[in-house]
Design a protein around this ligand. Structure first.
Ligand SMILES: [Fe+2]
Length: 316
């Protein structure tokens, strides 16, 4: 397989192992933040959102589930993003993994499926090469990244919350992508929930949001994919999205949400300042650069998805 389409062996893990050592968290709210993509303005906004929750008496834990690096292609922004993120609960995405441990022939490590255009894959590989060149100048940060886990299992509200980057088989798996739910992935979901014993699986990686709820083994289960915290996700909407899991309803109006077993699971918009970020992005990635070609339009205009398109339910 060519660079950017392969899945390095080190990305793989057995789904039975994922929740064997769960860690109990004591906060009232989890923010699960996937795909920040090096956007400092989105991080500012997320911190403000957490402060707004705290003013209402909710203690918030920030959980980053990977790909917090991507557009931060300067020494100062690389250090800033990593130093800020690494203060919190963090697991790796394929981008962060490849910055800490470059795999020969992996390219961006995205494991893009055949449906993704070759031009997108090649541009992502070039973005990764540039970012790896910067990461090499910051061995202290590379070291900290290399020590991070590939997934986490948290006990929250008495339930098992499995936090992955891709899917329950691979760091860069596409099994929890919006496209997988559209095509029908009930069999695989059932297998993964039974193997891991998770109540909720939170993912990101594939950059489009999903909120799924259903029954597996006579227990209500959920999957939530926040798409991207640092880029637009919905039609004509430049706001990022994060997953919020709380014991009470959010203080910010969610894009959508569901309540199960006393847990409020929501996709919260991140209305960061695009006016502030776009000039900085343009300096780092001018017209014609791989990130500008692949992502600038989406940053401004979002995607073709409407809110109803991201909601899935099933009885397995
Ligand atoms: Fe990813």
């Amino acid at each position: 397989m060519s660079e950017g389409r392969s899945c390095p062996l080190a990305y793989r893990y057995p789904s039975t192992s994922l929740c064997q050592e769960p860690r109990t968290v004591s906060e009232d709210v989890l923010y699960i933040i996937g795909g920040l993509y090096g956007n400092p303005w989105a991080l500012d906004e997320i911190e403000q959102m957490a402060l707004a929750e705290e003013r209402q008496g909710h203690r918030v834990r920030l959980v980053f589930n990977g790909d917090f690096n991507w557009f931060n292609a300067s020494d100062s922004l690389f250090r800033t993003i990593n130093n800020r993120v690494l203060d919190h609960t963090v697991s790796l995405g394929n981008v962060d993994y490849e910055l800490a441990n470059p795999s020969a022939g992996a390219g961006c490590g995205c494991a893009y499926p055949e449906s993704v255009d070759q031009g997108v894959v090649e541009r992502s590989n070039r973005i990764m090469e540039r970012l790896q060149g910067i990461a090499e100048e910051h061995p202290d940060i590379q070291k900290r990244l290399s020590l991070l886990p590939r997934y986490r299992c948290l006990i929250f509200g008495g339930l098992k919350i499995l936090v992955v980057h891709g899917d329950p088989e691979s760091l860069a798996g596409w099994g929890l992508a919006h496209e997988a739910f559209t095509a029908g992935n009930d069999h695989k979901l059932s297998e993964w929930f039974l193997a891991s014993d998770a109540d909720l699986i939170a993912s990101t990686h594939t950059c489009l949001p999903v909120l799924w709820s259903g029954l597996v083994g006579e227990r209500g289960r959920m999957v939530v994919n926040n798409g991207s915290a640092g880029m637009g996700n919905l039609y004509s909407d430049p706001r990022g999205l994060i997953t919020r899991i709380g014991l009470s309803s959010p203080v910010i109006e969610p894009v959508t949400g569901v309540e199960r077993h006393g847990l409020h699971v929501s996709l919260l918009p991140v209305p960061y300042s695009l006016e502030a970020w776009l000039p900085e992005f343009d300096r780092l990635w001018p017209a014609g650069s791989p990130a500008a070609v692949s992502y600038r339009n989406r940053m401004i205009n979002g995607t073709s998805l409407r809110v109803n398109d991201l909601i899935f339910n099933s009885l397995i």
